[in-house]
Design a protein around this ligand. Sequence first.
Ligand code: UD1
Length: 419
Amino acid sequence: MDKIVIHGGRPLNGCVSASGAKNAALPLMFATLLAPGPHRLGNVPRLRDIRTAEQLLTGLGASVQNEKGILEVFAEDLNGKEAPYDLVRTMRASVLVLGPLLARCGRARVSLPGGCAIGARPINLHLKGLEAMGAEITLDHGYVEARAERLHGARIYLDTPTVGGTENLMMAATLAEGTTVIENAACEPEIDDLAAALRTMGAKIEGDGTATITIEGVKQLHGMDYQVMPDRIEAGTYLIAAALTGGSVLVQNARADHMEALLSKLEETGAACQVTEEGVRVTGPAQLRPVDIKTQPYPGFPTDMQAQFMTLMTLCGGSSMITETVFENRFMHVCELQRMGADITIEGHTATIKGVSELLGAPVMATDLRASACLVLAGLAADNTTEISRIYHLDRGYESLEEKFRCLGADITRVPAEQ
Ligand code: UD1
């Protein structure tokens, strides 16, 4: 397996560009199943999850061409096949084919994703919402089988504002008969991006970006031509790297309006955040101050930035606290950070991080996507050499990570596995 080797301890300075957002691109790719197309998606990042989604679409009968970040999808003749376990287990977002397939074809068979490193992550709210829209749902040998001649509008209250659930139900409702109202809907910017793309396909959606989304079903949709929004989590990771190493980094295309919680917490640490026409610049302070964060659904502090922010806290001058409220098991990176000299204790959903004067390079292992990014950051701040294994997680979500960090002056290389 490939490794990443980092010789850390250098301030990072310069400019990188944010790639298209993985978490926006994936639902947009699955939305192409709602209409024959042709569909054209621009600014699609080159990532393993995108390739998995391409495989999934192809397996369902669509044809997909990916030319340098521009994706063309033709979804004329879907073949009624299932979304298989082998793909769904490597990428949970695969369950987002359920709503579009059911709405367009009247039937969908999708593997249940099972648990993952950061928690149980059920899809009960996706299924409950589809049932409210008239779907008949059965479980068969690990697969969800959903049927409905035509879905109908419904009033759906989500017990928790699930991002994927909101996306699945919003897509399903675009072709349902009548009006669907999703209450306590997720407000993440990726939901707005999906709604905007669906509108260009002819869907009638209002209220995205708020907790109440209203969708008036139409008989059919047409192809889309849409640019994926910039990745706020990737952008945030580079901005944290600037604060952490005492450097100054401009992330071009970064949308400050999507990152308010992060930027305000960075400012609390003493970092300077500057919003320019080009993007967002963060400059690290001489000494970081401790802060507390609590992860919450948008516009709260994103759980997908928690691990990276924890790395920053390990070097703050004092005691910081993180309360994770979105996922039950999202502190897997703590043991690895401890191996690098971090002083962290966990009690339930809360981690207390006492700042240390330096992190020490060590061999460490990535456990999930954002945890991997936190270890890269730790390696960049540590004085000597850090070797990160199991980096396939990183390739799921960070386009050209080593190249981008090298552009900022980092000494980071990928060492291919010995054959
Ligand atoms: C999406 C993001 C992921 C991010 C997460 C929270 C994508 C592809 N992934 O994941 O990076 O960390 O949002 O911001 O966009 N829940 C239920 N029942 C359900 C669905 C969810 O109880 O039917 C719970 C989950 O277990 C979790 C919480 O709701 O505790 C939030 O999960 P959700 O918003 O659904 O996350 P994802 O859409 O899977």
